[in-house]
Ligand binder design. Structure first.
Ligand code: GLN
Length: 451
C-alpha cells in the first residue's frame, strides 16, 4: 500500500531519491520467513520505513544528495540500517535531503527540491526534508533522519510530525555520512510520540564501532510515551527562545501548549539561558570546521564522481576538478568557512572561541536542569516558508535553526511535537522539549502529554 502511495504522490512531493519495489518486497518476505521460523520479532517487524539517504545501505545507492556520490553503493550497512533490518523494518527507499545535511529546506539537494505536503509551494524543512515529507504525505509511517543543528526537529515541526534528536552518542553514527561529527545524531520521525519512541528504541544503543557511542542502556522512551503524564514535572520556558522575530501564531500555539501542560499538573517557570544568543554564531564556526575536515575524503579517488581523469592531469588537478563539479554552493561555502576558521593564526579567534561558547551553553543547560526537569521552546521561529524565499540568503536560512542548535551544542536530548496550526497560515507549529543527556524519556513523556 505504501509503495502504491509513493507511486501515486511522489511525483508531486519528491520525498524519495530512490525507491526499489522489489528490494522492499523482498525484505518484507524475509520478515515473514523469520516469523514463520518462530523468531520472536519486535513490535515494528514488517513496518515500512523511509530511510534518509545519508545512511549507508548495501542494497541501495547512498548519495547524501550530492553529485559527488552519484550512484555510489556502499559495501556495508550503517549500524542504524542494520538495526532497522534486525528489528524487521522494511526499508522502502532513500529520502531526499540537503546535500551532506547542510541546510534547513531540502533546497540544497543536487537532485531537486522536496515539497511540503501541507502546501506544495512551501519547504518541508531540512536537512531531513525528504523523510518529513514522506511521513506527512502518508508515503511511509516512519522515517529516519539526522540532526546536527535541527535537521530532524525543524522538518518535523513544519510538517506536523513528531521528530526526536536523541542524546548525542545514544544512537550510532557508524556508516552515516559525516557532516559535523561532534554534533551529528540519528533520530526518528513519526506521526505520533509512541511510534517515534518505538523507532528510537529499535535503532539506538551502544555500538562499539562508534567511539562516541555511549555504553549505557537506551533511555525507556517507549514506557515514557505510554505514561504520558506531567503531574509534578518542573518545566522551564526558555526566555531567550521566543519574542521578537518569531511568527505571532507560532508564539500563540506555543503559549497554549505551555498552558495545557500547566493544566495537566506541571509546574511551569521561566528560565534564562543567556548564552543561547551566541549559539547560532558558535554553530556556524564549529559545524563548517568539522565539515571541512570530514569532506576532505571526497578526493576523486575513493568514491563516486571523477572528473578530468586523463593522463594529462595530476591527481591534485583531478581532485580540484571533481570537487568543483561535485559539490554544490552551500557545501563549498561551508568548506571555505571551515578551512578559514581552522587555519593557523585564526584558529584561536574563531574555532577556539566557538568551543568556549559551546561550553558556556552547556553550563546554561546544566544550571537550568538544576531547577527544572525539561526546558521548552517553539521548535522554529516560523512555520514552513515558501520555496525559494531564503535560498539566496544563507543568514535567513540559518535562522530557521535558532531554537534547535543549543541542544546539539550541548549533546542533550530533544524532541519536537505538533502543537496546533498557526492561525495566520494554517500550517503546523512544533513544541520543542529539551532534557539532559540520557534523559530522552522525559522528552517523550511530555510530548505524549501534549499530543
Ligand atoms: N540547518 C542546519 C545546517 O544547515 C542544521 C543541519 C542539520 O541538522 N543537519 O547546518
Amino acid at each position: 500500500a505504501y509503495l502504491d502511495r509513493i507511486d501515486g504522490v511522489d511525483g508531486d512531493i519528491h520525498a524519495f531519491l530512490h525507491v526499489d519495489r522489489s528490494t522492499a518486497v523482498e525484505q518484507a518476505r524475509r520478515v515473514d520467513a523469520r516469523r514463520a521460523a518462530g523468531e520472536e520479532l519486535g513490535p515494528l517487524a514488517g513496518v515500512p520505513v523511509a530511510h534518509k539517504d545519508v545512511f549507508s545501505t548495501s542494497d541501495m545507492p547512498t548519495t547524501a544528495a550530492s553529485k559527488i556520490l552519484e550512484g555510489w553503493r556502499p559495501p556495508y550497512d550503517a549500524t542504524v540500517t542494520a538495526r532497522l533490518r534486525e528489528a524487521g523494518l522494511v526499508i522502502l527507499g532513500k529520502t531526499n535531503m540537503d546535500e551532506f545535511a547542510m541546510g534547513s529546506s531540502t533546497e540544497n539537494s543536487a537532485y531537486g527540491v522536496t515539497r511540503n505536503p501541507w502546501d506544495l509551494s512551501r519547504i518541508p524543512g531540512g536537512s531531513s526534508g525528504g523523510s518529513s515529507a514522506a511521513v506527512a504525505a502518508f508515503e511511509a509511517p516512519l522515517a529516519t533522519g539526522t540532526d546536527t543543528g535541527g535537521s530532524i526537529r525543524q522538518p518535523a515541526a513544519v510538517c506536523g510530525l513528531v521528530g526526536a534528536k536523541p542524546t548525542y552518542g545514544g544512537s550510532s553514527r557508524y556508516g552515516m555520512i559525516a557532516f559535523a561529527s561532534s554534533l551529528d545524531t540519528p533520530g526518528p520521525f513519526a506521526r505520533n510520540v509512541l511510534d517515534a519512541a518505538l523507532l528510537h528504541e529499535a535503532f539506538s544503543g551502544h555500538d562499539p564501532r562508534d567511539s562516541t557511542s555511549i555504553d549505557a542502556p537506551v533511555p525507556p522512551v517507549v514506557d515514557a510515551a505510554r505514561r504520558a503524564d506531567v503531574e509534578g514535572l518542573r518545566i522551564g520556558v526558555v526566555k531567550e527562545l521566543g519574542g521578537e522575530g518569531y511568527q505571532p501564531g507560532v508564539l500563540q500555539r506555543f503559549t497554549e501548549a505551555v498552558e495545557l501542560l500547566e493544566s495537566l499538573g506541571a509546574k511551569v517557570v521561566e528560565v534564562s539561558c543567556p548564552n543561547f544568543d551566541a549559539a547560532l554564531a558558535a554553530y556556524y564556526l564549529i559545524a563548517p570546521s568539522e565539515c571541512s575536515s570530514n569532506l576532505a575524503r571526497f578526493d576523486a579517488m575513493r568514491y563516486g564522481l571523477r572528473v578530468g581523469d586523463d593522463d594529462s592531469r595530476s591527481a591534485e588537478e583531478v581532485m580540484a576538478l571533481t570537487r568543483a563539479e561535485g559539490f554544490g554552493p552551500e557545501v563549498k561555502r561551508r568548506i571555505i568557512l571551515g578551512t578559514y576558521a581552522l587555519s593557523s593564526g585564526y584558529y584561536d579567534a574563531y574555532y577556539g572561541s566557538a568551543q568556549q561558547v559551546r561550553t558556556l551553553i552547556k553550563r546554561d543547560f546544566d544550571a537550568a536542569f538544576d531547577n527544572v526537569d525539561v526546558l521548552v521552546s517553539p521548535t522554529t521561529p516560523t512555520t514552513a516558508f515558501p520555496l525559494g524565499e531564503r535560498s539566496d540568503d544563507p543568514m535567513s536560512m540559518y535562522l530557521a535553526d535558532l531554537c534547535t542548535i543549543p541542544a546539539n551544542l550541548a549533546g542533550n536530548a530533544a524532541l519536537s511535537v505538533p502543537c496546533g496550526l498557526a492561525p495566520e497560515d494554517g500550517l503546523p507549529v512544533g513544541l520543542q522539549i529539551m532534557a539532559p543527556a540520557l534523559a530522552d524519556d522525559r522528552t517523550y513523556r511530555v510530548g505524549a502529554a501534549v499530543e
